[in-house]
Design a protein around this ligand. Structure first.
Ligand code: SAH
Length: 236
């Protein structure tokens, strides 16, 4: 396995590059890629920046130029369900692009010419990542919960109750909203690369989202990413 680790923001990945053995840096297409051994796993870390196009480009380059065989996206997200709280972890079983709508030519959310609206993450990678996340939460004080299910991505920071309610109406199984995961899912599906997406909930996608997001990203996000990826690379 050569593992690609993508996050949108530096705070979501801080510490991982420092933990790498003999890191080698390369710059390509305005992104910095760092390759090395992360707890004995051959890894390439990169920040995609924000949004679906940025994430799709980064995932493609990880595969085509840096030869990764598996991809994990780790970052933060807004809650898409009342039972999913700030500090909880959501691992995607499947992902949907919530701003994809080519109706009436295709049904809402369907990615034209794939026949799919929901793209499933890789079962084995997702099982391993889920177990890493559960172990991490067990070692944490507090009452953060683990969830597995649907994550929706779109080129919008969701910060209104009406917006998140409308999405939940259209996608009742929704657990979290973010801006990159489903783009990585499409690239990996089309290139035949196993992938998984893990998100820590930073906000409730409502009017308080911007403040909650900033606070969470600065204080907690990287500690979660570090702890979970460490468990992932060194399975018990
Ligand atoms: N003002 C911030 C913008 C971050 S956008 C900045 O300049 O850094 C939010 C990022 O976190 C995206 O990468 C997205 O994937 C995730 N995210 C967290 N909460 C979100 C929400 N409520 N809606 C959409 N994306 C969210």
């Amino acid at each position: 396995m050569r593992l690609g680790i993508i996050s949108a923001l530096a705070e979501e990945q801080n510490g991982l590059i420092e933990a790498m053995e003999s890191p080698v840096k390369a710059s390509y297409g305005m992104r910095g890629y760092t390759a090395g051994k992360l707890w004995n796993v051959d890894t390439v870390c990169v920040l995609s920046r924000i949004g679906k196009v940025a994430a799709a480009m980064t995932a493609s380059i990880l595969v085509e130029k840096f030869g990764v065989t598996h991809i994990v996206f780790t970052g933060v997200a807004g809650s898409g369900d009342v039972g999913v709280r700030v500090g909880d972890i959501v691992v995607a079983d499947s992902l949907v692009q919530h701003d994809m709508d080519a109706s009436p030519l295709f049904s809402r959310f369907e990615i034209p010419l794939t026949g799919l609206s929901h793209i499933a993450s890789d079962r084995e990678l997702t099982r391993r990542l889920s177990s890493a996340a559960r172990d991490f939460l067990q070692s944490e004080p507090g009452s953060s919960q683990f969830h597995r299910g649907l994550i929706a991505s779109g080129d919008q920071f969701i910060n209104k109750r009406s917006q998140i309610a409308a999405l939940k109406d259209a996608l009742p199984e929704l657990l979290a909203v973010e801006m990159e995961g489903a783009a990585v899912a499409q690239v990996c599906f089309e290139l035949g690369i196993p992938f998984s997406v893990i998100r820590t909930i930073s906000d409730n996608a409502n009017e308080d989202a911007a403040v909650d997001f900033m606070h969470f990203v600065q204080t907690v996000a990287s500690r979660y990413a570090y702890g979970i990826l460490k468990n992932f690379c060194i399975p018990t």
